[in-house]
Design a binder for this molecule. Structure first.
Ligand SMILES: Nc1ncnc2c1ncn2[C@@H]1O[C@H](COP(=O)(O)OP(=O)(O)OP(=O)(O)O)[C@@H](O)[C@H]1O
Length: 274
């Protein structure tokens, strides 16, 4: 049996980080959204990112997925610079080819699934491995079917996204990301656009992937009990900064910062409908 999340953390820390943010800043106009972020994610580690709306959590994931360009700082993935290339010992801005290459190690699951509506479920999962990894159609279909089986969607391969529930679409989106065999998976509030009755099925799939223990995972979530159960480390984000981080028992059991205590209090009130 796999070790519980918190028991796994110390050994995973011995390795070099798979993702390393150093001094990352991001502005939207005058709005300073990421403020000098240093952050490490270790192989096999699951980090839950929590924090108030608008605090910069999604932007933190998007700069890793190369969907937003940081204004300063560096990010390394597996020891390679993402936004830069080393030329004669100096860092210069990376070109598109380099970005594509390094980004291959990162998979992302979005709040709104983002499936291709005009493609069947199977095609949704084979496009990227064929076009990006250069797999043959047969190889891509074999991989896609095994991932769709893992998320319990094998019987829907000939359907179109519009025929599926939100929870089913999100499970397909997870399979689509897994097909690329990323070293790091980012989940950006994967259940917040779902009907309450389908939230559990998606969280169940993510927990199952987490139990397998292979990929590093960054989970932006408002599901506190899920974060507590799955994460090795919880990072509390507020106003563009990491304000507090640690194992779930410490963060939820005895939060040190006033801001985190206040966030958890307001969050619990919201959940209880007060
Ligand atoms: N493309 C953009 N252009 C301008 N402002 C943006 C853009 N993307 C995000 N922002 C702003 O940056 C801030 C941080 O946004 P971000 O989505 O990262 O926060 P978040 O913590 O993920 O919030 P939520 O929990 O509501 O998703 C917000 O004030 C948001 O309005």
């Amino acid at each position: 049996m796999k070790a519980k999340a918190e028991e796994r953390a110390p050994s995973s820390r011995k390795a070099e980080p798979i993702v390393r943010y150093r001094g990352i800043n991001k502005y939207f106009g005058d709005h300073h959204v990421l403020k000098n972020i240093d952050f490490d994610l270790y192989p096999g580690e699951r980090v839950a990112v929590i924090g108030p709306s608008g605090s910069g959590k999604t932007t933190m994931a998007r700069v890793l997925m190369t969907l937003e360009k940081p204004d300063s700082g560096t990010i390394e993935v597996g020891g390679r610079h993402l936004w830069h290339k080393e030329v004669n010992g100096k860092l210069v801005p990376a070109d598109e080819k380099h970005l594509h290459e390094v980004r291959r190690d990162i998979g992302m699951v979005f709040q709104h699934f983002n499936l291709f509506p005009h493609m069947t479920i199977l095609r949704n999962c084979t496009e990227a491995p064929i076009k990006v990894l250069g797999l043959s159609r047969e190889e891509a279909e074999e991989r896609a079917k095994s991932m769709l089986e893992k998320v319990g969607m094998l019987d829907k391969i000939d359907q179109y996204p519009a025929n599926l529930s939100g929870g089913q679409q999100q499970r397909v989106a997870i399979a689509r990301a897994l097909v690329m065999r990323p070293k790091v998976m980012l989940f950006d509030e994967p259940t917040s656009a779902l009907d309450p009755e389908t939230v559990g099925e998606v969280l169940g799939v993510i927990k199952e992937i987490a139990r397998e223990g292979e990929m590093a995972m960054m989970l932006i979530t408002h599901e506190m009990s899920f974060a507590r159960e799955v994460a090795d480390r919880v990072v509390f984000f507020d106003e563009g900064r990491i304000v507090e981080q640690g194992p779930p028992s410490k963060i939820f059991g005895n939060p040190e910062s006033d801001r985190l205590r206040d966030f958890l209090r307001r969050f619990n009130m919201m959940m209880n409908g007060n």
